[in-house]
Design a protein around this ligand. Structure first.
Ligand SMILES: Cc1cc2nc3c(=O)[nH]c(=O)nc-3n(C[C@H](O)[C@H](O)[C@H](O)COP(=O)(O)OP(=O)(O)OC[C@H]3O[C@@H](n4cnc5c(N)ncnc54)[C@H](O)[C@@H]3O)c2cc1C
Length: 317
């Protein structure tokens, strides 16, 4: 059998799909593990808006792991807890970036991992948490309020393909205010703020260290015309025999199509993203200038970029 086996997937439950980054495959997988008295590990955003990995035994705890947090997640002592859970005979689903999965496997060494299911996300790279924190502090200053919630990519209001961050503030008069922006998204995608290791990522490949790899199914319109409703489709790569049986058991909750890897390629499956020439300048500016300058210089489209973008859209029509 040739791996990976590739699927386009949408969870049948629209509520689950709308609360997930892509097609809701993570919820389908983790529901299965939880229903077998297993535990789930994944990334949540804590009360200080930092990404941290935590352990979940209930669907309520797991639900906080939904949604992409586009910053590096801290592992805390989760690897120790995974080892303990496995020793105690519990089923474990561990989700994270490919480097986090590789780290977990190295940590577990020769331990019995029969009950462990690893799920990695296809990853553009992770930006520095420091930049994220400065960004939030600047937004609070700009909007005279305290941030009470963050959606890194607001799918409900803007659709799956759009990339708009929504920040909710509690303002001085006690009212709530929502602000949509794309500043952090631009800083993220321009790659200046990415961790140095990401420029040499060894996992920008079709094969990954996890049993199952999940991603946004960019390219779905070529792979399966008419499957895309702009509410999210997951790309699912089954990397080992073990994952085939697990996927079979999920199928009743999913709409799915078997697809070809050739129709599913995206940059993050091909090679690491290069280190931008402007990286050194970005960090010099970040250390010495106010964040308003960073937002304007690195998080906003220039006049020429705006014109080029409009032209591209127009030519597409
Ligand atoms: C930093 C980052 C970069 C990404 N880059 C790409 C990309 O280049 N191409 C692409 O197709 N998709 C990318 N994604 C999105 C990823 O593919 C989706 O998380 C995946 O499609 C899951 O879809 P789902 O519908 O099952 O979502 P959900 O239920 O929303 O899945 C959430 C899953 O993401 C994990 N997660 C969330 N944030 C983090 C984090 N900071 N670190 C580690 N794990 C996290 C959770 O533990 C959980 O397993 C990226 C996500 C992140 C966090």
């Amino acid at each position: 059998m040739k791996f990976p086996i590739v699927y386009a997937v949408k969870h049948k439950d629209m509520n689950i799909r709308m609360n997930s980054r892509s097609g809701g495959i993570f919820t389908a997988l983790s529901d299965k593990i939880l229903s077998e008295n297993g535990v789930v590990y994944g990334c949540i955003l804590n009360e200080d808006f930092e990404a941290v990995h935590v352990r979940a035994e209930t669907a309520e705890e797991r639900d906080k792991m939904r949604g992409s947090k586009y910053i590096q997640s801290s592992m805390g002592d989760t690897f120790h807890h995974v080892a303990e859970d496995l020793k105690n005979g519990r089923k474990v689903l561990f989700s994270g970036t490919s480097c986090q999965i590789a780290g977990l496997k190295a940590f577990l060494g020769k331990a019995d991992t029969e009950q462990l299911l690893c799920v990695d996300i296809v990853c553009h790279g992770v930006p520095s948490t420091l930049v994220w924190k400065k960004y939030l502090a600047w937004q609070e200053q700009e909007h005279h309020g305290k941030i009470v919630s963050v959606d890194f990519r607001n799918k409900k209001d803007f659709g799956w393909a759009a990339h708009v961050e929504t920040l909710t503030f509690k303002t001085e008069d006690g009212s709530e205010k929502k602000v949509n922006a794309d500043i952090f998204k631009r800083i993220f995608l321009e790659r200046n703020s990415m961790r140095p290791a990401c420029y040499q990522c060894p996992y920008k490949d079709i094969m990954h260290p996890a049993d199952i790899t999940i991603a946004d199914y960019w390219g779905i319109d070529n792979a399966v015309p008419d499957f895309n409703d702009d509410k999210g489709v997951s790309l699912v790569l089954l990397n080992h025999e073990k994952s085939i049986q697990i996927f079979e058991e999920l199928k009743e909750n999913l709409e799915y199509r078997n697809t070809r890897i050739e129709d599913s390629m995206q940059p993050a499956l091909k090679q690491p993203f290069s280190r931008p020439a402007s990286r050194q300048k970005f960090w010099n500016d970040f250390r010495t200038k106010p964040f308003s300058y960073i937002a304007k210089t690195y998080g906003t489209l220039s006049f020429t970029q705006k014109i080029k973008r409009k032209l591209k859209k127009y030519l597409k029509k």
